[in-house]
Design a protein around this ligand. Structure first.
Ligand code: MN
Length: 299
């Protein structure tokens, strides 16, 4: 457990929505992906009773799935497939962008004081990245128990359970909740690399404390992860087979080369494709131009 194939990745503060900071863990210079997981934001826990909470106007995605796991509070999702879905604690929203979709996210009018969530992106393999867009809501992901831990499998397969949402590469995500201090050992899939993020509480791994400021990365061929919970804690474990395709991200687009991303920016800003989100009280977001030149000579 102490070899160099395990690393700690510090979160950096980003702004999800006006006045609402998040901790972003991947992509980062030292670790771009964990399996097909290519983006990980830890939102809150934050008191949003004073401001407007989350208000993210219509914006597009391509080539990925957005994955939201709600811990406290709620979010209202709208998309260009005419989906209107509130997500509540213990629930998953999975939006498959494929060839292109647009969506908005907002704190509902009758919101609770607090928001606490994780939002991740899953890269689609080359063969599926232009599929038709889709949306799935999972209200009751499967739960199991392992020693002192309650484990909810929220994506893919792990701990002998399978989450009922469609993913396109071998991967997993689970929330692990321990009610008390004590030791915890989690068996891992050897062919997967993994990431462990503490959402609440503090644990010790390798004799070092781990809290919500760092993501612990575990390379493939790791059989298990042993830790000590210092008290009640809530953890997010993600994993997957190493994703052997080079992906490029610009803004909310995932593609394979700069020209493709430039075309997405131009098409979104020209209101071509990506559909229309109805019912959101606010403006659609403008895509920032990438710093590289459009090889077609446009902007
Ligand atoms: Mn989005």
């Amino acid at each position: 457990m102490s070899d160099s194939r395990h690393q700690r990745i510090s979160g950096r503060t980003a702004e999800l929505s006006a006045g609402l900071p998040v901790q972003r863990f991947i992509p980062t210079r030292e670790r771009r992906m964990i399996g097909a997981w290519v983006f990980l934001d830890h939102i809150g826990p934050a008191d949003i009773s004073a401001g407007k909470g989350v208000q993210i106007g219509p914006h597009p995605h391509t080539g990925l799935q957005t994955f939201t796991w709600m811990i406290e509070g709620e979010l209202l999702h709208r998309d260009s497939l005419d989906t209107v879905q509130t997500i509540r604690p213990g629930q998953v929203n999975l939006m498959t962008a494929g060839k292109g979709i647009s969506h908005s996210e907002e704190s509902p009018q009758s919101r609770s004081r607090c928001i606490h969530a994780t939002q991740l992106w899953i890269a689609l393999p080359d063969e599926q990245r232009f599929i038709e867009p889709a949306f799935e809501h999972c209200a009751e992901p499967p739960v199991t128990h392992l020693g002192p831990a309650q484990i909810t499998v929220i994506a893919g397969s792990a701990f002998a359970l399978e989450a009922p949402i469609k993913v396109y590469s071998p991967l997993m995500a689970a929330e692990i909740v321990c009610a008390d201090a004590g030791p915890l050992t989690l068996p891992l899939q050897r062919s997967f690399e993994h990431g462990l993020l503490v959402l609440d509480g503090v644990v010790s791994c390798d004799g070092r404390e781990l809290d919500s400021s760092e993501l612990l990365y575990l390379a493939t061929a790791t059989e298990s992860l042993t830790m000590t919970c210092h008290g009640p804690c809530r953890l997010l474990l993600i994993g997957g087979e190493p994703f052997n395709e080079d992906v490029l991200i610009w803004w909310n687009f995932l593609g394979r080369n700069k020209q493709e991303l430039h075309d997405y920016v131009r098409r979104w800003n020209a209101a071509e494709d990506f559909g229309t989100v109805t019912g959101y009280d606010g403006d659609r977001l403008a895509a920032p131009l990438p710093p590289w030149k459009d090889q077609n000579g446009g902007t």
